[in-house]
Design a protein around this ligand. Sequence first.
Ligand SMILES: CC(C)(COP(=O)(O)OP(=O)(O)OC[C@H]1O[C@@H](n2cnc3c(N)ncnc32)[C@H](O)[C@@H]1OP(=O)(O)O)[C@@H](O)C(=O)NCCC(=O)NCCS
Length: 293
Amino acid sequence: MDSEFWISELTDDDVPAVVTLCRSALDIPEDAAEAAEIVLRLRENPGRRAGFIASTAEETIGVVMGSVSHRDPSIGHIDLVAVHSRERRRGVARALMSRIEGALAGLGAGDVVIAGNAPFYAWPGIDVRYTPAICAAMALGFEEDQPAWNMTARLDQDLAPRKIDGVEVRAATGEDVPALTEFAIRNWGRPWAREIADSVGRERAGCHLAIRAGELLGFAAYGARPNWFGPMGTAPAAQGLGIGSELLRRCLADQKASGLSEVQIGWVGPMPFYSGVVGARVERVFFLYRKQI
Ligand SMILES: CC(C)(COP(=O)(O)OP(=O)(O)OC[C@H]1O[C@@H](n2cnc3c(N)ncnc32)[C@H](O)[C@@H]1OP(=O)(O)O)[C@@H](O)C(=O)NCCC(=O)NCCS
């Protein structure tokens, strides 16, 4: 007979057990390997959030984490759900999802989405290879939204720096962060500002910028997860000068120098740009879901 389980709020003390659980429950190897980074990144979210674990007398068998959208407080995000492989198909995820939906409603959400709450996210949505999770989302009344994807860029290519006439391209330092933050908020909104600030001076992360006559023209950042690239942006007036290509190549050169053989470009917008500049290919595909509560 299945052993009894109960649901309780996720606390800091539970984090090590949740990481252990995710190492085995996330059955895509690259996610299992980064289980600690994933859980800690979600716990870093300074916004309103909630989390629950499912336990038996012996161990933690499930986890769910959710947060209120940084862009729209009427939207709640499911950031992570995982159940131990031995404990599946007995309603653990169903119970966890019901609790998190209630908690997100209590925090003011009217809609719940299974989608990344940038910048504190593990995935843009559910990787299609987590097929049981797709089945569970359908069974729990979620409707499919637009899909999303990451692209993979191999680093065994020439990434030597190139010059752009009249434009200085260089690595960002702590002193650049205020100007970069203001630049990102002005052009693209707050989530990217946080990702840029986090990338500067952090281990296995970094940011490059392009500047002309004291004016910032673009940036590219990497390291939100160890082998992820992004975000990046070139000011609309400076597009078409090759700035984005060079910023991308400089970041990938850093990541190559750190020993990586490939990187993932997270939650991609302009597929032809990444395909054209560094031969990146679409690899991870994610389904996103939405439900009214
Ligand atoms: C997705 C996951 C959390 C589901 O956990 P679970 O405790 O087994 O889910 P439940 O037992 O509550 O299932 C709820 C419903 O989802 C559907 N479902 C779940 N797994 C399914 C499967 N393998 N095939 C078909 N339907 C499935 C069913 O409709 C099920 O209800 P039913 O058993 O009454 O038919 C679990 O498979 C898991 O941890 N997967 C790996 C991690 C993952 O993919 N996380 C999501 C990444 S964001």
